[in-house]
Design a protein around this ligand. Structure first.
Ligand SMILES: NC(=O)C1=CN([C@@H]2O[C@H](COP(=O)(O)OP(=O)(O)OC[C@H]3O[C@@H](n4cnc5c(N)ncnc54)[C@H](O)[C@@H]3O)[C@@H](O)[C@H]2O)C=CC1
Ligand SMILES: O=C(CO)COP(=O)(O)O
Length: 355
């Protein structure tokens, strides 16, 4: 679909970086991928395979890998950054000498920075001061994309050039790219759903049914959009691929690392055991900590996230937490229609009937 060959740099040698590099190459781009591991670089360049993260996937030979940031970044028009949130800023800082204001910088990372509570595009903005900045998020399990299973993502940016170039560079017969200008909402959607994917994995391992999962996902969406609106995002974004789309896939699929962490804990493993068995990043573990602290600070009601926090970090059994949540205050279904406060007030007014 791309009209002329675009030069793309991908920072990150993990599963998503590798899948994105190959999409761009399938789409006719010249792609350079940066990673730290020289063995992996040699394997990608010689065998066109990433044995550590996507071992069964044939990478497009037009992707060349390198440990040299300068070589990867110079001449790149589009830079996709697929680095876990914990290391994101340090990688951007290392890349800075070879970044320029004419480049388009796009975060693909679904996480939040520890001390600042910054989303990754905010880190990009703060570190570079550039304007062509965007994020992508959506139902994008890397291994399914690697298999060329049909899916779509959202490029979110206030900058029209960023949106258009990413649509041109990545949109292809198995990957559609939709546009949004709610960067904050799209990025929050991607980060927040990881929390609920852990809870969904746990519920599945505990033998809870499809009604339960459906309730969990829907109430998760209510919580996510409540938090995002308090942060200045547009609630309608959560009806899109980066909201409900990504929530459905990560809460339903054992290919999701966050879901797998929850599932392992539901089977009785400790958080540490679950995370170390995974061997890859599950952003939700850190995100739930940060979001619960922020929600408390801002007075945002997030019972599911708080419940999960107590299960992960305070040793509360998941089944006990589920019972507590079920007996929590009766609330509003869609609070953008009937506010939660209206339901609470009606309860106070009509006290005594059930007691
Ligand atoms: N895997 C997936 O299905 C998807 C992942 N994402 C997001 O993409 C981000 C990256 O995830 P994956 O590629 O899946 O992770 P991964 O766990 O497969 O790989 C992480 C990569 O980052 C590298 N890395 C870690 N610390 C580094 C540092 N200090 N310097 C340089 N490189 C470092 C690792 O070596 C590895 O190559 C995450 O935030 C994730 O939420 C988004 C959509 C889909
Ligand atoms: O974001 C993802 C799919 O859209 C990947 O989820 P995990 O990080 O849980 O694997």
């Amino acid at each position: 679909m791309a009209e002329q060959q675009i030069k793309v740099a991908v920072l990150g040698g993990g599963s998503f970086g590798t899948a994105l590099a190959s999409i761009a190459a399938d789409n006719g781009a010249q792609v350079r991928q940066w990673m730290r591991d020289e063995v992996l670089v040699a394997q990608i360049n010689q065998e066109h395979r990433n044995g550590r993260y996507l071992p069964h996937y044939a990478i497009n030979p037009a992707v060349t890998a390198s440990t040299d940031l300068q070589a990867v970044l110079e001449e790149a028009e589009l830079v996709l950054i697929a680095i876990p949130s914990k290391a994101f800023r340090s990688v951007v800082q290392a890349a800075k000498p070879w970044l320029s204001a004419s480049q388009i910088l796009v975060s693909t990372t679904k996480g939040i920075e520890q001390d600042s509570f910054f989303l990754m595009s905010q880190v990009l903005e703060q570190e570079t001061g550039f304007t062509h900045i965007g994020v992508i998020a959506g139902p994008n399990l890397a291994s399914e994309i690697a298999d060329k299973q049909l899916t779509a993502t959202v490029i979110a940016s206030a900058d029209a050039l960023t949106r258009t170039r990413v649509q041109q560079a990545l949109g292809c017969r198995y990957f559609r790219v939709y546009a949004s200008n709610d960067r904050h909402g799209v990025e929050l959607g991607g980060a927040l759903k990881n929390i609920y994917a852990i809870a969904a994995g746990m519920a599945a391992a505990l033998g809870m049914g499809e009604n339960t999962r459906s309730m969990l996902m829907t109430r998760a969406l209510a919580e996510m959009s409540r938090f995002a609106v308090a942060q200045g995002a547009n609630p309608m974004t959560f009806l899109g691929l980066a909201g409900v789309g990504d929530l459905i896939v990560t809460c339903s699929s054992s290919l999701s690392r966050n879901y797998r962490v929850g599932y392992a804990m539901g089977e009785g493993r400790s958080l540490e055991e679950a995370v170390s068995a995974l061997g890859q990043v599950a952003e939700g573990v850190n995100t739930v900590k940060l979001v619960c602290a922020k929600a408390q600070e801002m007075g945002v009601y997030m019972p599911l996230a708080e419940g999960l926090y107590h299960v992960l970090f305070d040793g509360v059994p998941a089944k006990e937490m589920a019972r507590t949540l079920m007996m929590g205050e009766q609330s509003s279904d869609v609070e953008f229609i009937l506010p939660r406060e209206a339901v609470q007030q009606a309860h106070q007014k009509n006290r005594g009937w059930h007691e």
